[in-house]
Write a protein of this length. Structure first.
Length: 255
């Protein structure tokens, strides 16, 4: 997995179009619809700079944010302090999470699962979440679809521009694996009027619905719902993001 060492500096500026409050309210509606426990602890797995963590904390959940990138977590900690929120952040690899107790709800969103290199890594993540989930605890996550990788991301190049940053995002699709390698070139306006150049790269892999559902069943989850593109509608052939809602059905000692 990638550390986002450079991307972290620009992440919030380049994702300013994401309405995190609206997305958090959407996840809150899903939780209210399917929650069967009284455990209010919410794990925001691969939390990045903490934008979803903050919104879920504002709603009233006891949030633990986990991310692999110290740079991302440093920004999340700054935002937590400014907003005076009671969020605990941990620097951990999502494939090897280690919690201090059971979790009522796990979120893993913004295509974080796609950043895992293969199905074995996905299974490791699911198994870790299952291990620390409350019996009947919810696991809510999204993935970019095979359609999005083949038709939207593909071999395309995108540009993003803010007042101080210009980004060129180049994709390269491996059609045999549906993996998209992404190279980002950043140009940041300095005080002297010149631009500083830096770069970062990572990859995302698309997993079929069948693969995801088989791995959920294998690791002790029951799939309870599947939605397309942040709606409550069923996914279609042109859905770009699928939201999975699963419930842990492995009983823990004392449950």
């Amino acid at each position: 997995m990638d550390g986002y060492s450079v991307f972290a500096r620009y992440y919030d500026a380049l994702t300013a179009n994401i309405d995190y409050k609206k997305r958090a309210e959407y996840f809150h509606e899903i939780i209210k619809k399917y929650n069967m426990t009284e455990n209010n602890i919410l794990l925001d797995l691969a939390c990045g700079t903490g934008s979803i963590s903050m919104e879920m904390s504002e709603i009233g959940y006891d949030v633990i944010g986990v991310d692999y990138s110290p740079e991302m977590l440093g920004i999340a900690m700054e935002k937590k302090a400014v907003n005076n929120l009671n969020i605990q952040y941990l620097c951990q690899d999502m494939r090897d999470i280690d919690m201090f107790g059971t979790i009522g709800i796990t979120l893993c969103v913004l295509d974080s699962i796609n950043h895992l290199a293969d199905a074995d890594d996905v299974e490791r993540v699911f198994r870790g979440i299952s291990l620390f989930s409350e019996y009947n605890g919810l696991f809510i996550f999204d993935v970019n679809t095979v359609y999005k990788h083949r038709k939207i991301l593909a071999d395309n190049t995108f540009t993003y521009e803010t007042d101080n940053i210009y980004c060129i995002w180049e994709n390269s699709l491996d059609k045999s694996t549906d993996e998209v390698k992404m190279n980002l070139e950043f140009f940041e306006l300095a005080e002297n009027g010149l631009y500083m150049r830096s770069s970062d790269s990572f990859s995302e892999k698309a997993y079929s619905e069948e693969t995801i559902e088989n791995l959920l069943e294998k690791t002790g989850f029951e799939l309870v719902a599947k939605y397309g593109d942040d709606t409550f509608e069923k996914p279609t052939e042109t859905t770009q993001r699928i939201i999975y809602v699963a419930r842990c059905i492995i009983k823990k000692e004392g449950c």
